[in-house]
Design a protein around this ligand. Structure first.
Ligand SMILES: Nc1ncnc2c1ncn2[C@@H]1O[C@H](COP(=O)(O)OP(=O)(O)OP(=O)(O)O)[C@@H](O)[C@H]1O
Length: 312
């Protein structure tokens, strides 16, 4: 974890309207990782991406791309970044290969047909190279947007909501594609509303809320540290209410009183399970089966975003 491809330092953005979209964000992105930026609507994700990509001007702070400042070494920095924006804008009558070749030219890179061919093949677009954009399906258009963003061989690819409005099957296709890109050496930063997407793909996750990065960690660690476990006890006989003897415990009834659920912290020294089971025994409550499950990234996200924040 010692070679950040992107370093964001004390980045702030206050729009002319007075909205503080980013409040001093610090973030390092490691080379070759898939980083998912999660946050509710209006949290500041697009602002962050747009500042790094040079589309929006920061109020203060610094961004280093491959060690160089994104303002003083603008060309260098910009060349190392590819962006697939949220909204797909395509030239309706342009054939795929030409539009991707043109994008490469925009970055001042010499024409290289072999590179474009390789890129289109990797994105399964080679068969469609002569098709005009308006005749492509939504999923294919998205692939072309990725091809355009990669045409100048950037080291970091930003995907802003890559699967918004895409059906489940295409979403899985996109995930496979992003993994392939990462395996090929591209660092991928994506924003998403689909927490399942981050859970499925990301190496690390950042949670942004009200312009602040409130958590950044490896996905597995985040889930292990913040996640709670639930013990589901399938009861032999339905319970109408929780007996008063259990009311001090974090238990609830589900499935019409057929399942008693006990939430516990799996990292705690005492999970309380032994004492719960002893109390059930004393009350004569019998059960048929037991199972545990870990809270999902979604549960963690909701908890983080809704947790009361410390006042500055
Ligand atoms: N050009 C602008 N002028 C004024 N305020 C803006 C501008 N762009 C964004 N904002 C505000 O800045 C805040 C952050 O917006 P941003 O688009 O970065 O959030 P987001 O996390 O990308 O949201 P979404 O998930 O809805 O795309 C919001 O309060 C938004 O209304």
């Amino acid at each position: 974890m010692s070679d950040p491809v992107l370093s964001i330092r004390a980045l702030r953005k206050e729009y002319g309207t007075g909205v503080q979209a980013l409040k001093s964000v610090d973030l390092d992105i490691q080379r070759g990782e898939i980083f998912a930026l999660l946050g509710p609507n209006g949290a500041g994700k697009t602002t962050l991406i747009n500042i790094v990509c040079g589309i929006v001007t920061a109020t203060s702070g610094e961004v280093l791309i491959d060690g160089k400042n994104w303002q003083t070494d603008y060309r260098y920095a910009r060349e190392r970044i590819g962006l697939v924006p949220q909204e797909l804008t395509t030239e309706a009558f342009e054939p795929v290969q030409r539009t991707v070749t043109f994008s490469r030219g925009l970055f001042g890179k010499p024409r290289d047909d072999a590179k474009i061919e390789d890129l289109l093949k990797r994105l399964s677009l080679w068969d469609k190279r002569k098709t005009i954009m308006m005749q492509l399906s939504g999923g294919m258009k998205r692939r072309v947007m990725i091809a355009k963003a990669l045409s100048h061989e950037p080291s970091v690819l930003f995907l802003d909501e890559p699967t918004a409005g895409v059906d489940v099957e295409l979403r899985r296709d996109m995930w496979d594609l992003v993994r392939k890109l990462r395996d090929g050496g591209t660092t991928v930063i994506l924003t998403t509303h689909y927490i399942e997407e981050a859970e499925e793909m990301a190496d690390r996750v950042g949670v942004i809320s009200h312009g602040e990065l409130i958590a950044v960690d490896e996905k597995k660690k985040l889930m292990a540290q913040l996640g709670k476990k639930t013990l589901d006890i399938m009861l032999a006989d339905q319970l109408a209410v929780i007996p008063p003897e259990l009311s001090d415990l974090n238990v609830r009834l589900e499935n019409d009183g057929h399942v008693l659920c006990y939430e516990f912290d799996s990292n705690a020294e005492r999970t309380g399970i032994a004492s719960l089971m002893a109390r059930l025994g004393a009350l004569g409550i019998q059960y048929k089966d037991l199972s545990t499950h870990q809270s999902s990234l979604e549960d963690i996200f909701v908890e983080l975003v809704h947790r009361p924040r410390a006042q500055p």
